[in-house]
Design a protein around this ligand. Structure first.
Ligand code: AMP
Length: 282
């Protein structure tokens, strides 16, 4: 059972900071106390930068579309998966513990994730960042409750893609070890049958300078991806109802690859009039 304690919450001035102490109890003992600091506002989103969340299965494209939107809106893209991978790459204090969990396709504890996220948000705040697009957080109802306790989320975008494409997209994912660029070598061509439409997603190939530097994520192997999808359905799917009940959920069915999906997503978000340079690269 978890008991969350909010110690200080200031909602009276625009862009005020909220300092929360989250007290977590396991069934037997107090596990940890974590400070989560988020920027927030008492006014609706028009007077501050967006605070959006991306939901969706592994491989659906949260990183791709969150990354594009953050460029467009000038807010940081905060991916808890990236924070975990950074901790692993830097062989941080938590690395050996995290490695095992991630490579099994399981979720890291709420305490660790909130600790990594808090540090990222604090670092951003000291650089003057405001607003965010969260990708990969929250992943459990408990994480969503913690987030709700400390800030107002404006919108939750639930990306959906046909199940048969998800595994292929994870297995085709490649990252440039030098520039960090994300690519996908999978060519997804699902034939329409029994009245259901087909779907084509072209590969997203790297530029020639990255071709020899591509690496695969250690958790993008078939057995682990299947486990990640199972964990998503068990732990994260209930978030859809959590946010639907609050009137914050925008369901978005990806119609295909980036060239088809990106303009439609902008339209769904009423952002289609934005001066959008990133779409030129699609
Ligand atoms: P992702 O890049 O979002 O697929 O995340 C990679 C891995 O990091 C996940 O499989 C989890 O092990 C861990 N992770 C990322 N975000 C969270 C989260 N919000 N809660 C728990 N574990 C997470």
């Amino acid at each position: 059972m978890a008991v969350l304690s909010r110690l200080l919450k200031s909602r009276h001035c625009v862009f005020s900071s909220i300092l929360c102490t989250i007290r977590t109890f396991s069934s037997s003992s107090l596990i940890s106390r974590t400070h989560l600091r988020l920027s927030s506002s008492s006014s609706p989103s028009l007077e501050r930068n967006v605070q959006w969340v991306f939901l969706g299965c592994p491989g659906v494209g949260k990183g791709t579309y969150a990354g594009r939107l953050t460029k467009l809106l000038g807010v940081p893209h905060i991916s808890t998966g990236d924070l975990v991978r950074e901790e692993l790459a830097n062989r941080g204090a938590l690395a050996s513990q995290l490695e095992k969990i991630v490579n099994q396709g399981h979720l890291v504890s709420d305490e660790i994730i909130i600790d990594l996220l808090s540090k990222r948000l604090e670092a951003g705040e000291s650089r003057g960042e405001s607003g965010f697009i969260l990708d990969g957080f929250p992943r459990t109802i408990r994480q969503a409750e913690i987030l709700e306790g400390v800030t107002d989320i404006d919108l939750v975008i639930n990306l959906k893609l046909r199940e048969e494409a998800l595994l292929a997209k994870c297995l085709g994912r490649r990252i440039c070890s030098e520039c960090g660029g994300n690519y996908n070598i999978a060519c997804i061509d699902i034939k329409g049958e029994n009245g259901s439409p087909g779907m084509y997603m072209a590969p997203l190939l790297p530029p020639s300078e990255c071709t020899n530097k591509l690496i695969t994520r250690s958790d993008d192997i078939e057995e682990v991806v299947k486990e990640r999808l199972r964990v998503y359905n068990e732990m994260s799917l209930p978030l859809e109802d959590f946010y639907r009940c609050r009137g914050k959920l925008l369901e978005f069915d990806l119609p295909g690859g980036i060239p088809e999906s990106w303009p439609k997503l902008l339209e769904a978000l009423h952002l289609d009039n934005y001066n959008d340079e990133t779409s030129l690269a699609a």
